[in-house]
Each structure stands twice: as structure tokens, then as C-alpha cells.
Design a protein around this ligand. Structure first.
Ligand code: ZN
Length: 293
């Protein structure tokens, strides 16, 4: 099942690639679910049971062509956002670190940086803006001290994310400023929609990558995560209570600009395409700050 945030309304996505349609959840459920996405995650088990058993012959009545310009982040207002650093060995190595033994560094991306999948992103003046394609998890159940074996049952679905990162402000100062350096406006594009875990032959082995103007810069597989999705949920929930709608950026594979020799960052006019197999693509075009600030 695919669920989108279409024009700030929850929608089921149907149809083939390039000809997707959206079925408005509130209309199709007679007001039982939707239109708000946050409420949908709170009712996730009931919603998915309804969506699976619904009368699909009625879909057409509540369906419209999917307009990518109207797509927002699948979970646009999470209570908590977690992002994980150094979670692929090759990326840890290119960053000059050993792969972590215990839980990798955890930080946040402030939700004001969230957008849908197709956007134009402003490069802050004097900034070195880098790319990090990531598998993003949205949770569908509350949990504290979740067992690793039960962790997938806490996942509402998976989506594509870019952990866009401004390295000057991220790395300046006596200690790194991960949260701020990764939270400029538009720095957390996600989408194009959420795909439920049952749609994947193996949700622990998805291919992901990104390219700049058609040149591939990252390519990896989630089977190489140091802490795979279930382990991340188990480890994070040893400390915090996880809530429905919470978002986890699971980490990026090798190939970021900071790890290159020479270093490379996004320039005005460049186009970044990011993808996860079985989910879809993000498209970001970068521009200079108009006022030089
Ligand atoms: Zn990242």
C-alpha cells in the first residue's frame, strides 16, 4: 500500500508508474480517517485494516490524478525526528571515522526543514551544501523498549529522504552543530509517498542512490546498514518513547561531497535526483541565495 500527503490531505496512491492516481482518504472512508496525516498515524492499525478491506469499486468516485507539485512529506509534523550518522561502514570511513561499535550518533533535523519530493532549495550564502540520500522510516505505533523482533511491526512505512547538509555550519565551533546545519529551509525533502513494509520482498535490503545532473554520486544497499531498521528502533526506544508519525532518517551510504578528494558541493542550477528501489524518486534543484545572505 502507498500513502501520500497530497495537498495536505491523506491519500491512497493507485495506478502504474507515471500514471498514479490518488484516492482521498477522508472522502473514501466517509470521514472515518483523514484528512490529517498526523491523525492517520495515530490510528494506523485501524486505518490500514480499513484500506485493505475497502470497497475498491468506489475508489474512482474519490480519485484524482496525482499531481507531484502537491505532494508533501508523508509525515509532515512528527512529534520527533531522528537522524543517524555513520550508519554505513564505507560512509564512516570516508568521513574519517571507524564504524561505531554501539549506537551511531543520533541527532535531529527540525521539521521546519521538511518538504515534499520535488523542490527548489536555496544554498545559504557561504555555505557548502552536500547530499545524503537516505531510507526514511515513519512509525505507526507507540513504543518504549521495543524488541528487535517486533520492531518492523512498529513501522508504518518507508519513504525516500535527502539529509541535505550545510557543512560549514555543521562543523563550525567547539562541537558539531548537526541539527542546525541540516535544517535550513527545504533541507529535508521526503517522498514521493510512503510504502508499507509488506510491499517489499525484503525490506531490509533496498537499493538507494542519488545523482547530480545525471552523474551517479551515491549508490548503496540497506543490507549494509550498521544498525538496520529493526536495530535502530530497538536501540532508540531503549531511551525514548517512540510515537506514531515519528520519522527516522536511517543514515547515508558512501559518496557524499565532503568525503571526496577534492571536496565537492552543490552549485546553483544543479539537479539532484535521489531514489530508493521500490519507493520512488526525489528531485531537488539548487539555487543561490537571492540577497546574498
Ligand atoms: Zn544523514
Amino acid at each position: 500500500m502507498r500513502i501520500a500527503n497530497h495537498n495536505d490531505r491523506a491519500a491512497l496512491v493507485t495506478g502504474e508508474a507515471g500514471a498514479e492516481r490518488v484516492v482521498d482518504v477522508e472522502a473514501a472512508s466517509g470521514g472515518r480517517f483523514g484528512p490529517d496525516l498526523p491523525a492517520l498515524y495515530r490510528d494506523w492499525p485501524e486505518f490500514t485494516a480499513w484500506a485493505r478491506d475497502r470497497d475498491r469499486t468506489a475508489d474512482a468516485e474519490h480519485a484524482a490524478a496525482l499531481d507531484r507539485a502537491l505532494l508533501g512529506a508523508p509525515s509532515p509534523a512528527p512529534r520527533q525526528v531522528f537522524a543517524v550518522g555513520l550508519n554505513y561502514r564505507a560512509h564512516a570511513a570516508e568521513s574519517g571515522f571507524e564504524a561505531p561499535d554501539g549506537l551511531p550518533p543520533v541527532f535531529t533535523k527540525y521539521s521546519s526543514s521538511f518538504t515534499g519530493p520535488d523542490t527548489t532549495v536555496t544554498i545559504p550564502a557561504g555555505g557548502d551544501v552536500d547530499w545524503e540520500v537516505e531510507l526514511v522510516v515513519v512509525l505507526g505505533r507507540r513504543g518504549h523498549r521495543v524488541d528487535v523482533e517486533a520492531a518492523w511491526s512498529h513501522v508504518a512505512g518507508l519513504t525516500v529522504g535527502q539529509d541535505v547538509s550545510e557543512r560549514v555550519s555543521q562543523l563550525r565551533g567547539p562541537a558539531p552543530q548537526f541539527g542546525l546545519g541540516k535544517s535550513f529551509p527545504g533541507f529535508s525533502p521526503q517522498g514521493p509517498w510512503l510504502v508499507t513494509p509488506d510491499e517489499f520482498a525484503d525490506p531490509d535490503d533496498l537499493e538507494l542512490g542519488c545523482d547530480i545532473n545525471g552523474e551517479q554520486v551515491q549508490q548503496g544497499r540497506t543490507r549494509d546498514l550498521v544498525f538496520p531498521v529493526p536495530a535502530l528502533i530497538a536501540e532508540l526506544s531503549r531511551t525514548v518513547t517512540l510515537h506514531p508519525g515519528d520519522v527516522i532518517f536511517t543514515g547515508t551510504p558512501a559518496g557524499v561531497g565532503l568525503g571526496r578528494e577534492p571536496r565537492r558541493f552543490l552549485r546553483p542550477g544543479e539537479h539532484l535526483r535521489s531514489w530508493v528501489g521500490g519507493i520512488g524518486e526525489l528531485h531537488q534543484t539548487f539555487r543561490a541565495a537571492a540577497d546574498g545572505r
